[in-house]
Design a protein around this ligand. Structure first.
Ligand code: HEM
Length: 434
C-alpha cells in the first residue's frame, strides 16, 4: 500500500495528529487516492471506493460508534446491530408527514422564542446552534406528549459535550481505571438513561393515541414490543447524535451568509415572500435557501472525517485489506476536490440550482451513504431551514469573517469561538434622517 515510510508501530499517526488536513493533502498529492496512515489504517480519497465501503457496511465493514451508541465495546455493538437496523427501517417508514408537520409547528415557536431571547447578546455561535438544533430533535423524539423537552435536551447536551471530551482527550491510551473524562461521561449518561427510562414508563402507562405524535409514540407501538431499555437507547442515540452535526451546520451557514450581504438579502426575501403552506415543510419551497444549506454542507461537512473497519479480509480496488484494518475518508476533502467539483473553494449556492448534478458520482456525502446513512438526512435540512428562517427573516447578523474562524478538526468540524450576535432588523436600520 503506498504511503510515507513513517515510524515503527505508529506509522505516520503522529504527523497526522499534528495536522490531519495538511497531512492528507500532502500525501494525496504524493501517493494518490489510497494512502497508508499507520499499520492499522489507510486513508482513501476516491469517492467510488468510499461509496463501496459505505454500501458494504454491516457486511464486510463495521461502523464502530460503540461509545456514542452507548454500547460497551465491539461485541455488544455487533450483538445489537440487527435490532438497531430493524428500528431504523421501522422509523423510516413510520415517522410520517403528519408527525413531521406537527413537529415543525412546535419547533417554529420554540426557536422563535429562543432566538428572540438571545437577540443582542454576544453568543458563541456553535454553542447556541447545537442547543437550538439538539432541542429541536428532542422535540421530534418526545415533544408530542406532555414531557419536558428542555429537561431532556439539557441532559442530552451534557452527554454530548462529555462524549466530545472523551474522543478529544485521547484517554483510550490510559489504563481503563484511569480515565476520569470517560468516567464523568458515563455518570452523565447514566443520569440521562434514568431520566428517559422514567419518561418511557410514564408514556407507556398513559392511553395510546390513535396516530403517533413523535418518535417515542412510534417506538412504543413497535410490533415486537420493544423493551424500555431498547426504546431509551434509540431515543438517546437520536438526540445525542443530532446536537453536533446539525449545530455545526447552522453555525457555518450563518457565518457564510453574514459574509455575503447580497445572498443574505436574497435568502431573506425568499423566506419572507414564500410563506410555508400548511401541507408543506420549510425549505421545500425555498430553492435558494435549500441551495445555501447544501453548499454549507459541501464546504463545511460537520462529519468531516469518517471511517469503517474491515471485519473480514476483503479486496479493495487493486489492494487487499486485512480483517481489523480501518478505512478512513474525508467528506471535507472530497467536497473540495477540483477533480470532482468546479471552483470547489468558492461558496456558490447557485451550482445547486441548474438542475444538473454539480459533482462527479458519489462525491457529495454530508450525511454519509449506504446502509448507515444518517437517519436524520431528511429531518436535518427541515430543522435547519426553520432555524435559518427564524434568524434571517427578522434579524441582522454581526459575525466574525469566515477567514478568521478556526475550525476544530477533532470529532466534528466546528467553528471555534465564533463570537457574534444578531439584532432585530428594525433596530439595525438607522432612523430616517439620522
Ligand atoms: C445537518 C444535520 C446532520 C448532519 C450533517 C448529519 C450527519 C451524519 C453523518 C455523516 C452520519 C453518518 C456517520 C457515519 O457513517 O460514520 C450520521 C449518522 C447519524 N445521524 Fe446524523 N446528521 C445530521 C442530523 C441528524 C439528526 C437531526 C438526527 C436525529 C434525528 C441524526 C441522527 C443520526 C444517527 C442516530 C446516526 C447514526 C446512524 C447509525 O449508526 O446507523 N442526525 N449523521
Amino acid at each position: 500500500m503506498p504511503g510515507p515510510r513513517g515510524l515503527p508501530y505508529v506509522g505516520s499517526a503522529l504527523d497526522y495528529e499534528d495536522d490531519p488536513l495538511g497531512w492528507m493533502i500532502g500525501t494525496r498529492a504524493e501517493y494518490g487516492d489510497v494512502v497508508r496512515l499507520d499499520p492499522e489504517s489507510i486513508v482513501v480519497h476516491d469517492p467510488r471506493l468510499v461509496h463501496h465501503v459505505l454500501v458494504e457496511t454491516n457486511a464486510d465493514f463495521i461502523l464502530d460508534n460503540s461509545f456514542v451508541g452507548g454500547r460497551r465495546g465491539r461485541q455488544e455493538l455487533l450483538a445489537g446491530l440487527p435490532e438497531w437496523m430493524s428500528v431504523r427501517r421501522y422509523l423510516n417508514r413510520g415517522v410520517v408527514r403528519p408527525v413531521l408537520l406537527a413537529h415543525v409547528g412546535r419547533i417554529e415557536q420554540r426557536m422563535s422564542r429562543t432566538v428572540s431571547l438571545l437577540a443582542g447578546r454576544e453568543v458563541d455561535l456553535f454553542f447556541e446552534a447545537q442547543r437550538l438544533l439538539g432541542t429541536a430533535t428532542a422535540d421530534y423524539c418526545i415533544g408530542g406528549g406532555d414531557d419536558d423537552v428542555d429537561e431532556v435536551a439539557s441532559a442530552v447536551e451534557e452527554v454530548f459535550w462529555a462524549s466530545l471530551e472523551v474522543t478529544d482527550s485521547n484517554e483510550s491510551r490510559l489504563p481503563i481505571g484511569r480515565r476520569p473524562v470517560a468516567r464523568r461521561a458515563r455518570a452523565l449518561n447514566t443520569g440521562l438513561v434514568e431520566l428517559l427510562t422514567d419518561l418511557v414508563r410514564r408514556r407507556r402507562a398513559a392511553p395510546r393515541p390513535d396516530t403517533p405524535r413523535d418518535v417515542l409514540d412510534r417506538l412504543l407501538d413497535h410490533p415486537l414490543n420493544l423493551p424500555d431499555r431498547e426504546i431509551v437507547g434509540v431515543v438517546r442515540l437520536l438526540i445525542v447524535t443530532s446536537h453536533g452535526p446539525a449545530g455545526a451546520a447552522l453555525a457555518w451557514c450563518l457565518l457564510s451568509l453574514a459574509e455575503q450581504p447580497n445572498l443574505l438579502r436574497a435568502v431573506r426575501e425568499e423566506i419572507a415572500t414564500t410563506p410555508v403552506r400548511p401541507d408543506r415543510l420549510p425549505g421545500e419551497d425555498w430553492p435558494l435557501t435549500s441551495a445555501v444549506l447544501k453548499e454549507t454542507l459541501r464546504m463545511h461537512p460537520p462529519n468531516w472525517m469518517m471511517g469503517r473497519t474491515a471485519v473480514v479480509p476483503t479486496p479493495f480496488g487493486p489492494h487487499r485489506l486485512r480483517a481489523g484494518e480501518r478505512v478512513l475518508f474525508s467528506p471535507y476533502l472530497i467536497h473540495r476536490d477540483p477533480r470532482h467539483w468546479t471552483d470547489p473553494e468558492v461558496f456558490h449556492p447557485e451550482r445547486w440550482l441548474t438542475g444538473a448534478r454539480p459533482h462527479t458520482e458519489h462525491a457529495y456525502l454530508p450525511f454519509g451513504a449506504g446502509t448507515r446513512i444518517c437517519p436524520g438526512a431528511r429531518l436535518g435540512p427541515v430543522q435547519l431551514a426553520i432555524a435559518v428562517a427564524t434568524i434571517v427573516r427578522d434579524y441582522t447578523l454581526t459575525l466574525p469573517p469566515l477567514a478568521t474562524v478556526r475550525p476544530a478538526t477533532s470529532t466534528l468540524l466546528v467553528p471555534v469561538k465564533a463570537i457574534g450576535h444578531w439584532t432585530p432588523l428594525a433596530a439595525a436600520v438607522p432612523p430616517a434622517g439620522s
